[in-house]
Design a protein. Structure first.
Length: 656
């Protein structure tokens, strides 16, 4: 626990982000988000330490193996779940009809699938995070709609927030209901609110005696919202004695309460049976005892819930990737072109090798992070975000390559394949369902910014006050003295080519990659520090730069997770010869991407690209849009330039 002590000590210095030069909207967003995030790292973080030039191997090595008892407990449930999915669900029919049959809801509830992590005392299965992740792998390999249903219900719906922040009375009241199969949902997004909660329009005003709140507003894209019996709703609450500045508060809302209306069910490119909708709240009375945690702490509830909840997505992506690998292996062996199976042609073989390596890497990262959750001795907010970022992007590449290898049969839907006598393999369904994963629960771009903020946290604690023009000069000078003292000790250590040591007993075949990670972590720390010195408070605007550094840290986490897991497997598996080529492929791929990211930090076209984008936005290149059918009110362009506005377009203009 020495790492935790170091983190707590580093928190002694107040860190303040200078918002004085920001626009009013941005300042409100930053201050609201900063007030809601966990400022203190209560536990050590492996991935966060990578950005400070450290690799705390004792946190992840030896690989935290699942205990036999826990694994057997999970196996019992997973065996039943697999049998039910195979015998009683039809993913293609669910996708085609856009509905999950009531019998499936009932069967999943009977299995306990709606309460996987809910303790037994509240009617749940009480399984570990690792077993929950294993269940998501199984679901992800079978049906995206069922995965989304169960994930939204218990990863971000009512169960997870109550498990972390709920009062005993709230747990007794609500957890048995959701464990038994009553669907729950999470309502945060609005028409003008995605990742910027400062723009939230939904409000909750206390009644005169303070016993309840009156909720008004509208929520968009509320997954499970059209079927939910309970939902967690985020709303703005006014200043009060309990929360002098006001803020966002999390409420548990009964869906059958007066004034709660589903005004629209949303339909999407994939996940066609997703019960996602627009929910209107009109003078909905919510008892004060339905507040989760406290007034003004809603974003803290949301952010903390997502830290663990995000692991469901990469877990599901593992299942999907394994399924794609199975499809490709079978097809590439039996499909012959030019006198040989297509898998023997180097262009296809290269794709298969990449798919296998990426699947092994995302599984190693996610299993490791799930085990850290179960240990309850590490802060996994960065690791979970990295798993989500890396896993969802890798899964999309894998599905895309599966489509490419299957060719026309990949693009053809299952029903059509079946009708003309071929095996109905739904690659096109996988692709449609998979695309949302890089958007769900924080897009890839938001994940990079989130990780970058956490990576900068130690530096902001040390030097943030120096750059904060809102603080008195005296305080800034004191902070400068402290910062000079810290960096005088810290920076030279990042230049030392040796030190830190290798994990005890590490397999010799893995040592080169661990040494590389150690050197690269120091280089990452130096580069991040140099960037802070160069850009100062403007660093937060350098999103491309920060994104590259985040990608380096994420690849280092991938190498570390793979090496730790590989060492464990090499000690316990007789077939070690087949493992090392897989490990080497993962590590070499990661090293290639890391080296490319560092090169792009030094030499890139970011400024030129940004200026070009601004010119496009200012319509300096509107002539590039000539020759298309106008889909929006305005001028229809043709090869000869501006053409007269058609009657159809005039009608559209009038309507709008």
């Amino acid at each position: 626990m020495k790492h935790a002590k170091e983190n707590k000590d580093s928190n002694a210095d107040n860190m303040t982000i200078d918002t004085s030069k920001m626009s009013e909207g941005k300042r409100a967003a930053v201050e609201l988000t900063e007030s809601s995030r966990d400022a203190i790292w209560q536990y050590p973080t492996f991935a966060g330490a990578l950005f400070m030039g450290k690799i705390p191997w004792d946190l992840v090595y030896p690989f935290p193996e699942q205990s036999l008892e826990d694994r057997l407990e999970g196996d019992r449930f997973l065996t039943q779940l697999e049998r039910f999915l195979r015998d009683h669900t039809d993913p293609e029919a669910i996708d085609h009809d856009g509905e999950i049959p009531d019998a499936v809801f009932e069967g999943l509830a009977k299995l306990g699938a709606f309460g996987i992590k809910i303790p037994r005392q509240y009617g749940g299965l009480g399984l570990s995070q690792t077993n929950y992740s294993r269940a998501a792998v199984l679901l992800g390999s079978h049906c995206g709609n069922l995965t989304a249903l169960l994930s939204a219900h218990q990863s971000i719906g009512v169960p997870q927030p109550l498990l972390v922040f709920g009062t005993p009375a709230q747990k007794e009241r609500f957890l048995p209901r959701v464990a038994a199969g009553e669907i729950s949902a999470f309502a945060l997004t609005e028409r003008s609110v995605g990742s910027d909660p400062a723009k939230m329009k939904t409000v909750a005003e206390p009644v005169e005696d303070g016993s309840a709140f009156i909720l008004n507003g509208e929520k968009l894209w509320c997954t499970n919202g059209t079927r939910a019996g309970l939902m967690v709703v985020m709303a703005r609450t006014p200043p009060s004695d309990a929360c002098p500045r006001g803020g966002v508060t999390a409420f548990i809302v009964e869906s059958n309460a007066k004034g709660v209306d589903v005004t629209h069910r949303c339909h999407f490119m994939g996940l066609r049976a997703l019960y996602n909708g627009v929910i209107q709240f009109t003078n909905v009375r919510v008892p004060r005892e339905n507040i989760i945690l406290a007034e003004g702490k809603g974003l803290k509830v949301a952010l903390t819930t997502l830290n663990t909840g995000r692991l469901t997505l990469p877990s599901a992506c593992i299942g999907l990737s394994k399924r794609c690998l199975e499809i490709v292996r079978s097809w590439a062996n039996k499909r012959e072109q030019w006198g040989a199976p297509i898998g023997h042609h180097s262009a296809i073989a290269d794709k298969i090798a990449q798919m296998a390596a990426d699947t092994f890497a995302m599984e190693s990262m996610t299993l490791l992070t799930s085990a850290l959750v179960d240990r309850k001795e590490s802060d996994i907010r960065v690791e979970a975000a990295m798993c989500k970022l890396w896993g969802t992007e890798a899964a999309w590449r894998i599905v895309d390559e599966t489509m490419q290898i299957r060719g026309g049969r990949g693009y053809e839907c299952e029903r059509s394949l079946r009708e003309r006598g071929e095996t109905p393999i739904g690659v096109e369904r996988f692709m449609r369902d998979c695309r949302i994963n890089t958007l769900f629960e924080g897009s890839s771009e938001i994940m990079r910014l989130f990780i970058a903020r956490e990576a900068l946290d130690p530096h902001l604690r040390v030097g943030g006050a120096v750059m904060n023009s809102q603080l008195p000069v005296k305080d800034r000078l004191k902070a400068a003295v402290r910062a000079i003292g810290f960096y005088a000790r810290w920076y030279p250590k990042q230049l030392v080519p040796v030190g830190g040591g290798l994990p005890s007993g590490l397999d010799r075949r893995l040592r080169p990659y661990v040494r590389y990670s150690r050197r690269c972590s120091r280089r990452l720390a130096r580069t991040l520090f140099h960037s802070m010195v160069k850009h100062g408070v403007a660093l937060e605007r350098e999103q491309m730069l920060l994104g590259r550094l985040v990608d380096v840290g994420t690849e280092l986490f991938a190498i570390s997770a793979v090496c730790s897991r590989a060492h464990h497997l090499l000690q316990t598996d007789d077939d070690t010869d087949s493992l090392m080529p897989l490990v080497e492929q993962v590590c070499r791929d990661a090293i290639g991407r890391i080296d490319a990211s560092f090169r792009e930090v030094r030499c890139n076209d970011d400024r030129r690209r940004y200026r070009l984008a601004r010119d496009v936005l200012e319509k300096r290149y509107s002539w590039l849009e000539d020759g298309i059918v106008a889909e929006w009110p305005g001028t229809i362009r043709g090869p000869g330039g501006n053409a007269p506005v058609s009657d159809v377009t005039k009608n559209r203009q009038a309507e709008s």
